[in-house]
Design a protein around this ligand. Structure first.
Ligand code: UD1
Length: 350
C-alpha cells in the first residue's frame, strides 16, 4: 500500500516511514518542517530516505494535500504539536495544528476517496489512569489539587473516602477525560476521525501512545520528554531532577515498537468493517516509575545520582499506564525492544 505519512520528518513519523518500507509498503513523506520542532530543517529532512517522495507542506493546506493524496491508499497522521498545553495563550496554536489540521486532512481524504487512516493519539486522553479503592472498588479521582501537591501529597486519594488507591492498567473502554489543552486536542482528533470514518465508510485506528523514547527523540526543546531531559542533564554532568517523589508511573515504549504498531494498524484498516473507528493503547505493558527511569539512566551514564526535587507541574497526571492487550490480540503486535535494551541504545551518542 502507498501511505502518506504526515509529520514524516519528526521523531515518530521518520520511524514510521522506515517501518513501512521494511514491511514492503510505499511511503510519501509529508511535513511542514515547522521551525519550533525542526530547528535544523535540513537534518530533519535527511531522516527521510532519498528515494521517498517528500512534500514540504502544512496539513492545513488543502491544495497541497489534494495533490499529495493522489494515488495514496492510506494516511498515517503523526503531525501534531505535543507537550502539555498549560499556557492558554498556546491554545489557538494547539487547536490549529492538531484539530484544524486534522479536519483539513480528513476533508481532503474524503474528496480524494482515501478510506484508511492511522491516527497518532495519546494516553493523555484518559486523564488520570485507573484506580481501585479497597472500600469503593473502581473510582475516578478528579484532578489533583494544588494544596495537596504543595504539601507533597502526590497520590490522588479516593474521591469517596480519601483512602490511598491502587493504580491499575487502563483499557480502551475507559472514559475519555482530557485534562489539559493538548489532551483536549488529541481527544478532538479522535472524535473528528471517527466522524469521518462513519460519514465516508472509511476505517480509522487511533493509537494511544504512552511515553515514547528512542533515537531522534527531541531534546533541549519544549517537546523533550523526560527520558531526553534526563539524558541531557547527565551528559552535562548534572543530576536528573525527578519531580514529585519519583513514584509516578509511566510506560516507556520504544519508538520502533510505536512504528510497528502503526504498520499493523494501517494493515488492519484494509480489513476493518466500513465506518470502523477503533482505539488501541500502545505501550510496552510494563509500567516504570520516573524515579526508576532516572536511576537506570544515571547508572548507564555513570552518574551523578538523581535528585528528587518534590517539584510538580500542574496538569501532570500521577500515573498513566494502560493495557496493550487489544493491540496484541487484535493486531498481532508485540513489543520487540525491552526497557534495558532500549535504554542501553539510548545512552550511546548518535
Ligand atoms: C508525554 C508526552 C505527551 C504524550 C504523553 C503520553 C512529551 C513532552 N510529552 O507526557 O506528548 O501524550 O507522554 O503519555 O513527550 N519529569 C521529571 N523531571 C523532568 C521532566 C519531567 O520528573 O525534568 C516527570 C514529569 O513530572 C512527569 C513525567 O516525568 O511525571 C513524564 O513527563 P513527560 O516526559 O513530560 O511526559 P508526560 O507528561 O507523561
Amino acid at each position: 500500500m502507498r501511505v502518506l505519512v504526515t509529520g514524516a520528518a519528526g521523531f515518530i513519523g521518520s520511524h514510521v516511514v522506515e517501518s513501512l518500507l521494511d514491511a514492503g509498503h510505499d511511503a510519501l513523506a509529508y511535513d511542514a518542517l515547522l521551525p519550533a520542532v525542526h530547528p535544523e530543517p535540513e537534518r530533519s529532512r535527511d531522516r527521510i530516505p532519498a528515494d521517498v517522495e517528500f512534500v514540504q507542506a502544512d496539513v492545513r493546506d488543502p491544495d497541497a494535500l489534494g495533490r499529495a493524496l493522489r494515488g495514496v491508499d492510506a494516511v498515517c497522521h503523526q503531525a501534531a504539536m505535543v507537550g502539555l498545553g498549560l499556557d492558554l495563550d498556546d491554545a489557538p496554536h494547539y487547536a490549529g495544528c492538531n484539530d484544524l489540521g486534522t479536519a483539513v486532512l480528513l476533508a481532503a481524504m474524503a474528496r480524494a476517496d482515501v478510506p484508511r487512516l492511522a491516527l497518532a493519539s495519546s494516553m493523555v486522553v484518559y486523564g488520570e489512569g485507573r484506580y481501585d479503592c479497597a472500600e469503593h472498588g473502581r473510582v475516578e479521582p478528579g484532578p489533583r489539587v494544588v494544596a495537596d501537591l504543595a504539601a507533597g501529597r502526590f497520590e490522588p486519594p479516593c474521591p469517596h473516602c480519601g483512602r490511598p488507591l491502587t493504580p491499575g492498567m487502563v483499557d480502551e473502554d475507559a472514559r475519555v477525560d482530557p485534562r489539559n489543552v493538548y489532551a483536549a486536542t488529541k481527544a478532538a482528533q479522535e472524535y473528528l476521525a471517527t466522524s469521518w470514518a462513519r460519514a465516508t465508510e472509511g476505517a480509522v485506528a487511533m493509537l494511544r501512545y504512552h511515553n515514547v523514547y528512542g533515537p531522534r527523540m527531541p531534546r533541549d526543546t519544549p517537546y523533550a520528554g523526560v527520558a531526553a531531559i534526563f539524558r541531557s542533564e547527565l551528559r552535562a554532568g548534572r543530576p536528573p531532577r525527578v519531580f514529585e517523589d519519583g513514584g509516578q508511573r509511566r510506560d516507556f515504549v520504544h519508538v520502533r515498537d510505536i512504528a510497528a504498531a502503526n504498520v499493523a494498524a494501517l494493515e488492519w484498516t484494509g480489513k476493518a468493517d466500513p465506518g470502523a473507528g477503533r482505539a488501541f493503547n500502545v505501550g510496552s505493558g510494563t509500567p516504570r516509575t520516573v524515579g526508576e527511569l532516572a536511576a537506570a539512566l544515571a547508572s548507564a551514564l555513570g552518574g551523578p545520582e538523581p535528585v528528587v526535587t518534590g517539584q510538580y507541574r500542574l496538569g501532570d497526571v500521577r500515573h498513566v499506564t494502560a493495557s496493550n492487550r487489544r493491540l496484541r490480540e487484535e493486531l498481532g503486535w508485540q513489543p520487540a525492544v525491552s526497557f534495558a535494551d532500549g535504554l542501553a541504545q539510548f545512552v550511546v551518542p548518535a
